[in-house]
Design a protein around this ligand. Structure first.
Ligand SMILES: [Zn+2]
Length: 339
């Protein structure tokens, strides 16, 4: 037996839905549905707020229907629906207060979905959903302090302190993607320059890959991507694995920035575990996690006093989220317990 809840991971590019079966402490995705988010290009720059809201809602419903159909069940068997959305989220009222990547502003997303499906809908920030997913059923299970950083279209942060989800005042704490790691660096949608997100997201490595390709016409990355428009977060990794030097430079630089931001987070929170989720977490551990950990392990105990053998400190463990890019869906599916 067990019961079913729907978990929706609403991203800047894709909507991913899972029918999640909850059985005691076990959470399993038994079927999936997907749709494109379809946000107008260049969101935030002169596009009227909530212009894409209706299409986002109907695409969410479409992906939910697909997941339910593929599970071979009906809406009657679904208890609740949980949605993890980028941006600042008012969990209590189910409102997207502000989401630059979706161009949503003060939008009652939970309510609008409820109107279409007739089920209770819970809403939270996407990285919060990911950390909840890992907390109930993944790498952060049984931990007291944990952080999940999602490397996707943007970079999100979900923080659990003392076993509770931390959102800060105004519900917009934990936005680690907008911590500056390069003073006066690349301009960000948020208005600052040099944000972590501009260097560590999938979008960031895609930009860097394209730049490197334009400068190096004979790079293997051209063969792998086909055209510049088809470059994705894996292109540089794939070419690097086949010995392409230019691709290796792109990946090495990406890793350095990711490690820099993660180390800042560890310095502030000293969590027991830091999980990496989001689309980039699907990369082989050997090429993503291991080099990140090499840098972090060197820096975590850079302070001389901490190298003293008599000082017993357990370093923060940096891991790939157990449920990788599914952590958000699993966490969203059990929001009825956390919102
Ligand atoms: Zn920013």
């Amino acid at each position: 037996m067990g019961k079913y809840n729907l978990g929706v991971d609403l991203g800047g590019t894709d909507i991913k839905v899972g029918v999640v079966k909850e059985n005691g402490e076990e959470y399993t995705i038994i079927a999936r549905g997907e749709a494109k988010t379809q946000v107008s290009k260049g969101s935030g720059a002169g596009i009227p707020a909530n212009k894409d809201a209706d299409i986002i809602v109907s695409n969410i419903v479409k992906a939910c229907n697909e997941a339910i159909e593929s599970a071979g069940i009906t809406w009657d068997e679904i208890e609740t629906v949980g949605v993890g959305s980028p941006g600042a989220i008012n969990r209590a009222d189910g409102i997207v207060v502000f989401a630059g990547n979706l161009n949503l502003n003060n939008f009652p997303l939970a309510n609008e979905i409820e109107k279409k499906i007739g089920k209770k809908v819970f809403l939270c920030n996407d990285a919060d959903a990911a950390v909840v997913g890992e907390f109930v059923a993944g790498e952060a299970k049984g931990k007291t302090n944990a952080v999940c950083v999602t490397l996707g279209t943007g970079v999100g942060g979900g923080i659990i302190i003392g076993g509770k989800l931390y959102s800060g005042s105004n519900l917009i704490g934990g936005e680690v993607g907008h911590m500056v790691i390069q003073y006066n660096g690349i301009k960000c949608n948020c208005g600052r320059k040099g944000c972590f997100e501009r260097y560590a997201s999938a979008s960031a490595i895609i930009e860097k890959t394209k730049e490197a390709m334009k400068k190096n016409r004979d790079s293997l990355m051209w063969e792998i991507a086909g055209t510049i428009g088809k470059v994705d977060g894996k292109t540089a990794f794939k070419a690097m694995k086949q010995g392409d030097e230019v691709a290796k430079e792109v990946v090495d630089e990406y890793i350095k920035y990711v490690a820099c931001g993660l180390m800042n987070i560890i310095a502030i929170f000293q969590p027991e575990v830091l999980c990496i989720g989001g689309g980039m977490s699907n990369e082989d551990e050997k090429y993503l996690l291991e080099p990140i950990n090499e840098i972090i392990n060197n820096e975590q105990f850079a302070h001389k006093a901490l190298k003293d053998e008599n000082v017993k400190i357990i370093p923060c463990k940096v891991v790939i989220a157990k449920h990788k890019n599914d952590a958000g869906r699993i966490g969203a599916s059990c929001l009825h317990k956390y919102v």
